[in-house]
Design a protein around this ligand. Structure first.
Ligand code: SF4
Ligand code: SF4
Length: 335
């Protein structure tokens, strides 16, 4: 609980964010949400902070986004927050954090409101993969009366959500949203079941949805890369690896930050990220950058790694080079 409470706004911080909301008639924040959630409506619903207010606000969130608890923790600030009217004034309302607070509060106050179980339409759908896409798909199909069965290869559902470290997305939040999805209709999840030939499921089901995600690592194609650990391998089971020296992370996105911070938290002496972007250009939220600063991660921007130098089976060092942006030269005629 301690780790979770660190990631949730305090009551005072929540009030502060809610008081910032202007309840803009045009709902620009809703336009920015890929899931169609309306921060205007859930902030408005929760503003008096009574039990019923939190339950109603949580229902508004989960109706549009059955993974609303998870999104409250991991949605980047380039969606709803980027459209918030207060953005250029004194900073956007911290909508994902407000959302996470509402869901957490609703759970503490007796749970997420139940949705009506739909009448069966007599059709069955198989979904291969229980990551965010598979779970969301199951939620919406089940609410339309389909009987849904999700097949998951791994021992626990969640897919790529399980690669996000606990310090950024607590396990109980993932579990809570999955439990909620299962209440939305006739949904069964079978774990530990690998499906090689998804089309064969059509003999038993009316439709099959393949939502297996992208698990193949993208390797840079450099000498020595076979000595590197891929992001999927590392984040799937960080306990398998013990680093006490220097760790290099190649990449500048959110998963690179997850690897870097996890390595540092788990005992690496120092961690350095090598990215083509500068720190300011890296596609990270303010929270993710904060994780870098708080954990003392070094960042070498505008840098490419040319090779991983190995001697007697051990990594010696990296060969790197600075890169620079090459832009088109404009002449006055282009302007
Ligand atoms: S755009 Fe921002 S201020 Fe306006 S309703 Fe949405 S969250 Fe509130
Ligand atoms: S936090 Fe995520 S799900 Fe919620 S409104 Fe913003 S973009 Fe949509």
């Amino acid at each position: 609980m301690a780790e979770l409470s660190k990631k949730i706004l305090t009551e005072m911080q929540f009030k502060n964010e809610v008081l910032k909301c202007e309840y803009c008639e045009e709902r620009p924040c809703k336009d920015g949400c890929p899931a169609g959630c309306s921060p205007f409506d859930f902030i408005m619903a929760s503003r008096l902070m009574e039990k019923q207010d939190f339950l109603r606000a949580a229902a508004i969130i989960m109706k549009n986004n059955p993974l609303g608890g998870i999104c409250g923790f991991v949605c980047p600030d380039r969606h709803c927050m980027a459209k918030c009217s207060r953005r250029d004034f004194d900073g956007s309302v911290k909508i994902p954090e407000v959302q996470a607070y509402i869901i957490q509060k609703a759970k503490e106050l007796g749970g997420i409101p139940e949705f009506l179980k739909p009448r069966s339409n007599g059709k069955k759908v198989a979904i291969v993969g229980s990551g965010p896409a598979g779970l969301s798909c199951a939620a919406f199909l089940a609410q339309k009366g389909f009987k849904v069965k999700i097949y998951e290869e791994k021992k626990k559902p969640g897919g790529a959500l399980n690669l996000i470290p606990d310090f950024r997305l607590p396990r109980r939040v993932i579990e809570g949203d999955i439990e909620f999805v299962k209440t939305l209709g006739d949904i069964e999840i079978e774990t530990g079941k690998k499906i090689d030939r998804a089309f064969e499921l059509l003999e038993e089901y009316d439709a099959v949805v393949v939502a297996v995600g992208l698990w193949q690592p993208v390797l840079p194609g450099i000498k020595g890369e076979e000595k590197a650990i891929t992001m999927v391998d590392y984040l799937s089971n960080p306990k398998k690896y013990k680093f006490t020296g220097k760790v290099a992370v190649i990449g500048g996105g959110a998963t690179a930050v997850d690897c870097a911070v996890t390595a540092k938290k788990r005992g690496a002496k120092s961690v350095e990220m090598f990215a083509l972007e500068t720190l300011a250009e890296m596609p990270l939220t303010e929270k993710e950058k904060q994780e870098l600063f708080e954990n003392g991660i070094e960042v070498s921007g505008r840098t490419t790694v040319l090779s991983i130098n190995v001697k007697k089976g051990k990594i010696l060092n990296l060969k790197t080079a600075k890169v620079k942006l090459v832009g088109k030269k404009f002449s006055l005629k282009d302007i």
